[in-house]
Design a protein around this ligand. Structure first.
Ligand code: ADP
Ligand code: ADP
Length: 232
């Protein structure tokens, strides 16, 4: 089943002489149980595509649907609700609160939204990301890979249907990258989420089920289970 869909997505920055076309009529579907990597040179539209899909940016024309709901026509209140419930985010820079412990960071979005905490699910997620004995540590007491796994657990807590990850391994060494990527791979297999990650790293992309390549705002390649050589 399709979790998120872009239909004829067009995004232009500026007008007339200094107009930049960031997305040039993109059509794409993201399915449940699929880890997708979006690659392409700097300025090819990767961030814009992800931001439009997540309702963080408004397309000039075209539509975005998440779980069948039309994101482009939502008001701020509806967008906030959608982002809290259906969409998870993972950032390159982890975005953890330095004064809170790992556990507090993972539970923070639920507390802000005043939503009930399912401790069984919390324990399961923490177990899968391998943080069970790091829960009382603050971010400064954790390695980069551990911090990113805290961020992954935080993104998982609401059981969103789609998680968008912006260069999730951009600040990690290769061992920590592999840990985070194999967690993302495992959570897609086990919990059937859809994960869409932007990455420059072909090794990171080789963990994906699908690799999309953007160039000048268009999708120029869409590969299922490509080999490492095909990604390069
Ligand atoms: P990345 O390639 O790592 O995604 P960018 O440098 O392309 O980073 O963009 C970082 C941020 O700056 C984006 O959120 C984007 O909206 C903004 N941005 C990128 N290019 C421009 C530009 N030409 N003018 C204004 N803002 C820009
Ligand atoms: P990528 O993530 O692949 O680096 P972006 O989506 O950030 O690409 O940018 C796509 C194009 O849109 C680039 O030419 C960039 O300069 C331009 N762009 C992005 N954000 C802005 C912005 N806020 N204002 C003007 N131009 C922008």
């Amino acid at each position: 089943p399709v979790v998120a869909r872009a239909v004829d997505l067009f995004k232009q920055y500026g007008t007339d002489d200094n107009a930049v076309i960031a997305l040039n009529h993109i059509n794409v579907e993201f399915k449940r149980g699929e880890l997708t990597a979006i690659m392409g040179p700097s300025g090819s539209g990767k961030s814009t595509l992800m931001h439009c899909m997540a309702g963080l940016d408004t397309p000039t024309s075209g539509d975005v649907f998440v779980e069948g709901l039309e994101v482009s026509s939502m008001n701020q209140r509806q967008l906030t609700k959608l982002r809290r419930k259906e969409i998870g985010f993972i950032f390159q820079s982890f975005n953890l609160v330095p004064t809170l412990t790992a556990k507090e960071n993972i539970l923070l979005p639920l507390q802000i939204a005043k939503r009930p905490i399912d401790m069984d699910w919390f324990n399961k997620v923490v177990d899968v990301v391998g943080l069970a004995n790091r829960l009382d540590h603050r971010p400064s007491q954790l390695s980069g890979g551990q911090q990113q796994r805290v961020a992954c657990a935080r993104a998982m807590m609401e059981q969103p249907s789609v998680i968008f990850a912006d260069e999730p391994t951009g600040n990690l060494d290769s061992r920590s990258s592999r840990e985070v990527l194999s967690f993302l791979q495992q959570s897609v297999r086990e919990y059937g989420q859809s994960i869409v990650m932007v990455t420059h790293d072909p090794r990171a992309a080789s963990f994906a089920d699908r690799v999309l390549v953007l160039a000048d705002g268009s999708i120029t390649n869409d590969m299922q289970h490509p080999t490492y050589a095909e990604i390069l």
